[in-house]
Each structure stands twice: as structure tokens, then as C-alpha cells.
Ligand binder design. Structure first.
Ligand SMILES: [Zn+2]
Length: 277
């Protein structure tokens, strides 16, 4: 078995993370993107078989709640230990094909964050070369996603830009215009925003609040405790490298310290890019 340095560090951090969990439980929001079998490793894609193992593990040992319920519980002051939320970004079609049947099998709810330009099939996420036409779910397919009990849909901008690099007006347009697109398509949503590429500064958080969203999720790692800022909710990225052993360490927060260190560097890059615009 190949054991990476990050896994060794996680095992070292694990007892402290467990102890912190016992003392003060929080809600962990998992971040997925794609669930598919791709020919090459992609950080944003988890294979269908591993995804099924991860969901089976969650169903047996964790309390998985819808995103909107998490907000209620964060505000109510009652957080139950081992509470988890499942989210997917970008609205990939493979979520419908490979993730939804598994969520149904284990009766687990999840939220998908939709970029409205993708759902309208006007554009696609630029990450993938030669993508199929249906890389993303269209509005009718998103309705199929919503039909599963507890599944929700949130907003992920109109065109998936780096928001902090945009002039004020354009940034507002991406954030509030996204809600207009939902209304025009006759689609319901949970009123929660997801910052594209995790790019957020105080300005974007303010615009999201002013547009009427009730909360927003970031890619800041870690768990959400009572009194967490609703417009800066933390998430934990799950990748195809997270076999059940690594998945369990992540759920216990053993990777949080390492991920926070990496994230601080990333935030500095965003701040420099926003400053240079
Ligand atoms: Zn995205």
C-alpha cells in the first residue's frame, strides 16, 4: 500500500481532530463536482464505485441533512455530532446518471449548485477539452434532480467567472442575474449561493447578501460551528483519492489543518488578482 505524506500528516493530526469534534461538534459540508469514470485522474471527479462506497459509509455512520436544514440547525444552537451535508458544484450531467441513483439507494439528500449559463446550454465549464454537448444538466434534468426527497438546487453565478476580478457592476450582475435566470426558467432554489472557484472577497459576500441570498458556501476548508458566518460557510473537498480510510480521516477533520494552510496561500493569490484588476 502506498502511503502519501499527506496521509501520514493526517494520521498525526487525527487524535486532536477527534478530540475537537467531541468537545464542539460542527456541521461538515462535503464538496463534490463530477461522479464519472474518466480515462485520466481529475481532481474534480470521483469514480461511481468509490462514490457509492463513500455514500454507503455516510448512510451507516453519519446524519446527512439537506443544506437548508443545516442553516436552520446552525442558527438554532443545536448541532448534533456527525452531521454532514453533501453538495455538488456546476451541475454536471453525470450527477444525474451516477450520483442520483446512489443517493436514492441510501436515501441521502444533496444540493447541486447551478451555473445558469450551463443549464441553458449556452456554455460549458472550460475545464474539459472536447466535452459532450450534455456535460451539464439542462433545466428539465435539474427538475429530475430536485424530485428526490431532500435534494436541493442552489446558485453558482451566470457564467462561472472569477467574481473578484470583475468590475462592480458585472460582479453584481453575475450574482443577482443568476436569480433572475432561475425565475425565468420557472425553477425553485434554496436561496444559497456558491462562489465560483471559491473566489470571494468581502465585496462578493456583500453583493450576495444584498441580492437576497440567505447564505453562501466557499471552498475554505473545515467544519461549520455555531455562529458561523452564513456567507462564508466552509466545505471539505472530496476527491477520487479518498478511499474509505482517507474519507473517514477527512470527515473527522484530520486534513483540516493542512488544508487551511494551503487555502491561506490560495486566498492571497485571489486577493492579489483582485487588486490587480
Ligand atoms: Zn464551479
Amino acid at each position: 500500500m502506498k502511503v502519501s505524506l499527506r496521509t501520514i500528516l493526517a494520521w498525526i493530526c487525527w487524535p486532536m481532530a477527534r478530540l475537537a469534534n467531541l468537545g464542539s461538534p460542527g456541521i461538515r459540508i462535503l464538496m463534490y463536482h463530477r461522479v464519472d469514470s474518466l480515462p485520466e485522474y481529475d481532481q474534480l471527479t470521483v469514480s461511481p464505485s468509490l462514490f457509492r462506497q463513500q455514500m454507503e459509509f455516510l448512510a451507516k455512520r453519519y446524519r446527512v441533512i439537506p443544506m437548508s436544514q443545516a442553516l436552520t440547525e446552525l442558527a438554532s444552537g443545536k448541532i448534533t455530532r456527525n452531521t454532514v451535508v453533501i453538495t455538488f458544484d456546476d451541475g454536471y450531467h453525470d450527477n444525474l446518471v451516477h450520483a442520483l441513483p446512489v443517493l436514492k439507494e441510501f436515501s441521502l439528500p444533496a444540493t447541486v449548485f447551478i451555473t445558469t449559463g450551463f443549464a441553458a446550454r449556452k456554455m460549458q465549464h472550460p475545464r474539459y477539452a472536447n466535452p459532450p454537448k450534455n456535460l451539464h444538466m439542462d433545466w428539465r434534468e435539474i427538475e429530475q434532480w430536485q424530485a428526490h426527497e431532500g435534494n436541493e438546487v442552489g446558485a453558482h453565478s451566470r457564467t462561472h467567472p472569477y467574481l473578484s476580478r470583475l468590475p462592480d457592476e458585472q460582479s453584481v450582475e453575475e450574482i443577482s442575474g443568476c436569480l433572475n435566470d432561475f425565475a425565468r426558467a420557472g425553477m425553485s432554489h434554496n436561496g444559497i449561493f456558491c462562489y465560483p472557484s471559491g473566489d470571494v472577497t468581502d465585496r462578493e459576500a456583500r453583493y450576495v447578501q444584498e441580492a437576497g441570498y440567505i447564505a453562501a458556501v466557499t471552498v475554505s476548508p473545515g467544519v461549520n460551528y455555531l455562529g458561523a458566518n452564513r456567507y462564508w460557510l466552509r466545505r471539505t473537498e472530496i476527491t477520487d483519492r479518498d478511499d474509505i480510510s482517507s474519507f473517514r480521516l477527512k470527515l473527522d477533520g484530520a486534513f483540516d489543518f493542512m488544508h487551511v494552510m494551503l487555502h491561506v496561500r490560495r486566498q492571497r493569490q485571489f486577493a492579489r488578482a483582485a487588486h490587480a484588476k
